[in-house]
Design a protein around this ligand. Structure first.
Ligand SMILES: O=C(O)CCC(=O)C(=O)O
Length: 248
């Protein structure tokens, strides 16, 4: 797994947790998904503000769900994802933040091609792992993850795909691979890996819990700069290379 991850920038694990653990997460997850009050300030639509205005969320993102529902942290998924991450990138890796991303039924809204590092501040130690855990069976038609096997550690110029929504970049995606998973399976990807998902054209939710890990020292550095991943877009810096950096 480690060699595959280091060579390609992503790797899949067919089963991170059992269905009974998935069921426990789903209960807490749905409690947050359907509660706009408790999630206020941490919730947005990656499909863009246009959807929020119409009150139909297409891609619901809830940052730091475990800060509202600490029981999530007790789930074995967090421990197992951390253990795998440490095997992939080192013993100093820690949980930086978690988030929920849900694609509601028939919303058919893509998560555009992007690299996660485009959302983050530039850090001297660039190691990072996102563990994307499927809480439903996922496949192309409901929005499973796609990855382009990685060749380098360059961040491409990113811009907003839709007003107030997700970032995107243009890239050669000829070699992209879709990664269907059963509920309880997961993928791990690093901050430079290009990824995307199609819209959900099915009658069910596509629920994912995402755990982001980075070196302990880099988390301390972020916090010193006031970055705690609440999703509040505090500052937008246009870098000379054209890259947009959004502090989340
Ligand atoms: O769930 C999705 O559609 C996108 C997830 C993603 O971009 C991420 O986990 O970095």
């Amino acid at each position: 797994m480690k060699k595959y991850f280091l060579d390609n920038g992503f790797v899949k694990l067919d089963s991170l947790v059992s269905l009974s653990e998935v069921e426990k997460i789903r209960k807490l997850y749905d409690g947050l998904l359907y509660d706009k009050k408790r999630t206020k300030g941490l919730r947005s639509d990656l499909g863009g503000v246009e959807n929020t205005r119409n009150s139909t969320e297409k891609i619901t993102q809830i940052m730091l769900p475990s800060s509202i529902e600490p029981k999530l942290l007790e789930n074995i998924a967090y421990k197992r994802a951390l253990n795998h991450t440490r095997l992939l990138l080192g013993k100093d890796m820690e949980l930086d933040f978690d988030m929920l991303i849900n694609k509601a039924p028939y919303t058919n809204t893509i998560t555009p091609w992007h690299q996660d590092a485009a959302y983050w501040i530039d850090m001297p130690d660039k190691r990072a792992v996102s563990c994307w855990i499927a809480l439903d069976d996922v496949y192309e038609d409901n929005g499973c993850m796609w990855f382009v096997p990685k060749r380098d550690e360059i961040i491409k110029p990113h811009s907003f795909y839709s007003e107030g929504g997700a970032l995107h970049c243009t890239a050669n995606t000829n070699e992209a691979q879709s990664i269907p998973l059963n509920a309880g399976g997961c993928t791990f990807h690093d901050g430079f890996t290009l990824h995307f998902s199609k819209g959900n054209i099915t009658s069910n939710q596509r629920r994912a819990l995402i755990l982001n890990f980075r070196p302990k020292k880099m988390i301390e550095l972020e916090r010193k700069q006031g970055i705690n991943h609440t999703g509040v877009r505090k500052r937008i810096i246009l870098k000379s290379c054209g890259r947009i950096e959004i502090r989340l």
